[in-house]
Write a protein that binds this ligand. Structure first.
Ligand code: SF4
Length: 233
């Protein structure tokens, strides 16, 4: 796993607020993509299933050029590539869109967070709109990319039936979704927020129970199935 610095979202549950600042990480350490690759392969014995490299953050797509060059090296060396992203930098505007197309050519798997399907609720949760994030999911779908969708389940904020159903319907409209993962909210990041002098606003929110996670999976699964039937029958 390679972690990149910088994120333009401010998720209320972020457990890595120390990565928000773009200073630090590969760029600020002045590592080249080749140096980052050489560093990553040193940990090859610990890669899950011996499989490949995941680039995460912060938000790695804020440094799309670097990630693309890094993934090109991985490809050349026969290493699988995955990008763990919030999708927030995505735009059809140039030069980003051309850079993103190039990235798609060397990324085997996109792991895309959809933090809330409702735009207003997304803004309240992360500080930013979800429109370009949903655009990115459609772009990946239209261009034959493989993706996993992730959703953090926060009791009282992201777990209502209507939103989970809408999320399932949206996912059913996408091609190339190999997996949908519900990540239960946890408050392990609080100490980091305190250390940085930031106000953590979800202090009273409990992690969802296994039953609540299962209910969310079922709601999304049922909506996906219904959406699939409506699209294909
Ligand atoms: S997108 Fe990820 S790194 Fe950025 S604020 Fe949200 S949880 Fe934190």
């Amino acid at each position: 796993m390679l972690f990149m610095q910088g994120c333009n979202m401010r998720c209320r549950y972020c457990h890595n607020p120390e990565t928000w600042d773009k200073q630090g990480g590969c760029d600020a350490m002045h590592l080249t993509p080749q140096q980052a690759f050489d560093m990553a392969v040193r940990y090859k014995p610990y890669w899950k299933g011996g499989g490949g490299v995941t680039v995460s953050g912060g938000e790695a797509m804020l440094q799309t050029g670097f990630v693309t060059e890094f993934f090109k090296i991985c490809r050349r060396e026969g290493v699988n590539t995955a990008l763990d992203t919030s999708g927030s930098p995505f735009t059809y505007d140039e030069p980003f869109c051309s850079m993103f197309r190039e990235l798609c050519g060397v990324c085997d798997l996109f792991i895309l967070d959809i933090k809330h399907i409702d735009d207003d609720a997304h803004k309240a949760l992360t500080g930013r709109s979800n429109r370009n994030i949903l655009d990115m999911a459609r772009y990946l779908s239209d261009n034959g990319a493989r993706m996993w969708i992730r959703h953090v389940l926060v009791p009282g904020l992201t777990d209502d039936e209507e939103s989970l159903t809408k999320l399932g319907v949206f996912i059913s409209s996408l091609k190339g979704v190999d997996r949908v993962e519900i990540l239960p909210y946890h408050s392990l990041g609080i100490a980091k927020w305190d250390k940085l002098g930031l106000e953590y606003t979800l202090r009273d929110v409990k992690s969802p129970s296994a039953e609540e996670v299962r209910r969310a999976e079922e709601l999304i699964g049922a909506a996906r199935y219904k959406g699939y039937l409506e699209e294909n029958l």
